[in-house]
Design a protein around this ligand. Sequence first.
Ligand code: ADP
Ligand code: MG
Length: 377
Amino acid sequence: MASVTLADLTKEYGDLTAVDGLDLDVDDGELLCLLGPSGCGKSTTLRMLGGLETPTDGDVYIGDERVTDEPPYERDTSMVFQSWALFPHKSVLENVAFGLKMDGVDEAERNERARDVLEVVEMSEFVDADPEDLSGGQKQRVALARSLAIEPDVLLLDEPLSNLDKRLREQMQLELRNIHDEVETTFVHVTHDQNEAFTLADSIAIMNDGDVEQVGEPREVYDDPVSLFVEEFLGDTNLVDARVQSHIDGGVVAATEFDEEIEVPTPGGHVEAGDPLTISFRPEELDVSRVAADGGQSADPAEAGDVTTALEGTVTDVLYRGSSVRFYVQIGETSVFFEQSVGDKTDFEVDDSVVVSWDPEDLLVFSEGERLGRGGT
Ligand SMILES: Nc1ncnc2c1ncn2[C@@H]1O[C@H](COP(=O)(O)OP(=O)(O)O)[C@@H](O)[C@H]1O
Ligand SMILES: [Mg+2]
């Protein structure tokens, strides 16, 4: 295994900048996911790392070695692609041993090593099979084994699971994690699927428009996003537009699309009256209760001291989503959703009046795309 460093890495295609001064460190033995929307430069970054594309600017280091100008075969990297291009007229074993044959490893040894990696990917019983007879998931395992057989320092995976159906993809995500633990190789895995990144990664690097926007452990980037882009890309959340009205201790009063003013903590953030804000109300942080007909639950917005932390709204839609139910609540000019698992007593119906409440500490507040008060600073 080896660490990887990308320094000020840039790739231009004519007028288009596909990768734009990207810096990234991957630790020795780490499984890092490059996550981002289609077209943000993930594959181009991976291909420059593997030597399949020459950078316009910047450098690639594997371990301590600068490999920017080295061809692919001079680097200890190996690539697994989305399409599992296996040789059709060779057996599974021959496919997996192929790279070793090219490296001049003798037949007895390369077959032994190929059998070993086929065991790791749980394909031992298919050594003599024709790849044509395998399922998609099995072919992808063989492709993975073929890349692992040459014992690369860094394994590069470009959306290797995206041709598999959902169930198999989720199973393979867990297996890939186990394989990574077993082979102790640095993995750089490209995906546009947040769930896949959360399942697999030691670290996630979130890419936006040719650059890395945030790197961290999955929990860290989810709990502490640096920007509105990261929040929107990672989360299924409620974003509410607001405008700063006035300052109060530790925060501001903001007019919102709820048609109500609420108080928003903005620690460390410098905003002025009139500035637009975007506030993320994460569905899992919302507390919702029905307004009782006898007025048991206050029909007025609940007020704790001076801070508005609850608003009344009306349930407009109830969506069954398999194991969970999603409820939409209209509040003023906007709508927020929250979810319950089907096992819970789902006691809300369309047209119910409900009170939606939150803890101001749980709000994520963004100004011009940047997170305010990150880490409480
Ligand atoms: N060989 C190429 N020639 C011209 N443009 C390219 C080439 N490869 C990629 N691009 C462009 O570079 C951008 C990044 O592409 P890519 O790295 O494939 O993104 P991703 O893998 O994140 O979907 C896209 O706008 C894409 O169209
Ligand atoms: Mg791609």
